[in-house]
Design a protein. Structure first.
Length: 593
């Protein structure tokens, strides 16, 4: 139980909204087990993502090329349900130096009214990612249409059973500590949770027990005449303009005592009498023993598959700023200091940056497929949550947060020094290299400019940063790259494999993150590629789709150590040089107007 606040963020343009429909299943279909839902999408604008819902619960999120979804109906209750899809499209562009004209639209399909009919229902797992380093446990549960004998089998990616649990009842509950049969340690990897249930023959006794709620049964067994339940959650309280949890202000609410009615004591007596009959007639058979199979039976696997990622393939960190204030000029006197008492000349005319409404969509899309491939999100910093000190290296008063993950993605506006004598920046180096800048908006105090050479990307160890990506304009533009290369001011240290960036202006397009992560992981119908190829692929799939713009060629650039340009997420080499002169690059023209 949670509380939500709903905020209107815009108005849909119905004339340009995408059209979406559920092709199958059809209305009034009765469905069992795994089903395939087929969606039709028509849009004159760029489609960013397709999302599928059952009764308002999201059950699928895919890119525009994937219109079929698999849903396990056993993970819902029996009865009527509504299936519908939502499609997001966008037009316009967002970039540095141009007025943004970004507009997003949504299309919602008519609902398909269907009926789910299963022996196994409400099958759930508590965790999608179970990390042994955090001593996490996973709770699996399900309900059955009748009293049943059940078997829960956890298998590895080769289909070999590594843990098997059995039981009887109207439901199943098992808490997995991540070990195999006999308490053996299991390797990190993908695991499937397969549940089988068959109706048991102890129907009369089971029927009586079903009438007795478990908390009441446990209380009566202990000779109690009442039991306690957790209080309902209280809503947050608005205090000094901030929403504060109720418990933080007033402390935890006390448990609620519930008296047990006389009818339950009568039912307890009937159960005890029936138990004696069953025991006498069957030579001491107890209720917990496995019974003979009945007519109801079903086997199902928890989706999405794999059901659980035990451990992790790696870690990711995502940061962005999109909350720049429209109409607020950074101006000549608020540009970066040049270290000599003056200001650096930049490559743009003084003006406002403009909000980036697609930045958080890119961030969410990137996490979707990376998460599906077992890359654990270690941090997600957006807007005011991101500070300049998060990005700078420790020697410049920062913490280099990206060095705590394997894969990093930074999104936002970007500018660079003008390619002239007034563009030199002596703030951190007497050699005054040309710089590119990530402007961090800090509200009333204005912009805090993070220079390219103030980054320090790369770290060793299991969670060390190997690949960093920056989606901003001109961060690796030619005159900046060459000058920083000559003066050994590039932010590529001995541990970073590759830094993905841009040689020109870029456009912040909603589908970029989903396309990038799809290529990195081989998901969403996309062939798995190297890190460099994935960066170029995402650019090819996102840049240049804005009506009316862009009016310029977009070039991406990847720099790093020579032996790492064939790296992919699963197969990669440790940088073998350490000589800054060996750093090289690859360019790709991802869009030509």
């Amino acid at each position: 139980m949670r509380f939500y606040r709903v905020v209107q963020t815009g108005t849909n343009d119905l004339a340009n909204a995408p059209q979406v429909a559920i092709l199958s299943p059809t209305n009034n279909a009765v469905l069992t087990g795994d089903i395939e839902v087929s969606v039709s999408v028509t849009s004159s604008l760029l489609v960013n993502a397709i999302r599928l819902f059952v009764d308002g619960q999201e059950v699928g999120y895919q890119n525009d090329t994937e219109t079929n979804f698999v849903v396990n109906t056993c993970q819902f209750g029996n009865g009527s349900h509504k299936i519908y899809a939502v499609v997001e499209s966008s037009t316009g562009s967002e970039t540095t130096g141009e007025s943004p004209d970004f507009v997003e639209n949504y299309g919602v399909s008519p609902s398909a009214s269907v009926t789910f009919d299963n022996f196994i229902t409400d099958y759930r797992g508590k965790l999608r990612f179970q990390d042994p380093d955090e001593t996490e446990t996973n709770r699996f549960s399900a309900k059955f249409a009748a009293y049943a004998d059940w078997t829960l089998t956890i298998t590895n990616q080769d289909g070999v059973a590594v843990r098997t649990e059995t039981g009887t009842g109207f439901g199943m509950e098992f808490v997995w500590d991540g070990t195999g049969n006999g308490g053996t340690n299991l390797p990190n990897g993908a695991y499937w949770a397969v549940l089988s249930a068959t109706e048991s023959s102890f129907s009369m006794m089971a029927g009586l027990l079903q009438m007795m709620p478990t908390p009441i049964e446990q209380a009566i067994a202990k000779g109690k005449k009442s039991y306690f339940i957790e209080p309902p959650p209280m809503p947050p309280v608005l205090t000094n303009g901030e929403w504060i949890p109720w418990e933080k202000l007033y402390g935890p609410s006390p448990s609620i005592e519930v008296p047990i009615g006389d009818e339950y004591f009568a039912l307890a007596a009937a159960i005890e009498s029936e138990a004696k009959k069953v025991g006498s007639a069957s030579g001491g058979v107890t209720l917990d023993a496995a019974g003979d199979s009945g007519s109801g039976s079903q086997t199902t696997v928890l989706r999405p598959v794999p059901s659980v990622w035990f451990g992790k393939n790696g870690t990711i960190g995502i940061a962005y700023q999109g909350n720049h204030p429209d109409g607020v000029s950074f101006g000549l006197n608020t540009r970066p200091s040049n270290g000599l008492g003056g200001r650096v000349s930049l490559n743009v005319t003084p003006g406002s940056y403009g909000r980036l409404r697609a930045a958080h969509r890119i961030a969410l899309g990137f996490n979707r497929y990376m998460g599906d491939a077992s890359y654990r999100l270690k941090f997600y910093k957006g807007n005011f949550d991101l500070t300049a000190s998060d990005l700078r290296k420790p020697s410049k008063g920062g913490s280099s947060i990206f060095n705590n993950v394997n894969v990093g993605l930074l999104i936002g506006h970007g500018v660079c020094s003008a390619d002239s004598s007034s563009g030199h920046d002596f703030t951190i180096s007497a050699s005054g290299p040309f710089q590119s800048y990530y402007p961090v908006w800090e509200g009333g105090s204005g912009y805090n400019w993070v220079r390219l050479s103030e980054f320090d990307f790369g770290s060793s160890g299991v969670n060390g940063l190997r690949w960093m990506s920056i989606l901003t304009c001109n961060n690796l533009i030619e005159h900046v790259y060459l000058d920083c290369y000559d003066k050994e001011a590039l932010p590529v240290n001995d541990d970073l494999h590759l830094l993905c960036g841009a040689k020109t202006s870029v456009f912040i397009v909603s589908n970029f993150g989903l396309k990038y992560s799809a290529a990195l992981t081989g998901r969403g119908g996309v062939t798995r590629r190297t890190v460099a190829e994935s960066w170029f692929y995402a650019g090819q799939q996102s840049q240049g789709f804005q009506p009316g713009g862009p009016h310029l060629t977009v070039e991406f650039r990847v720099i790093g150590w020579p032996n790492c340009f064939n790296d992919d997420l699963l197969n990669y080499q440790t940088p073998d040089s350490g000589n800054p002169a060996d750093i090289t690059y690859q360019d790709s023209t991802v869009f030509t107007p």
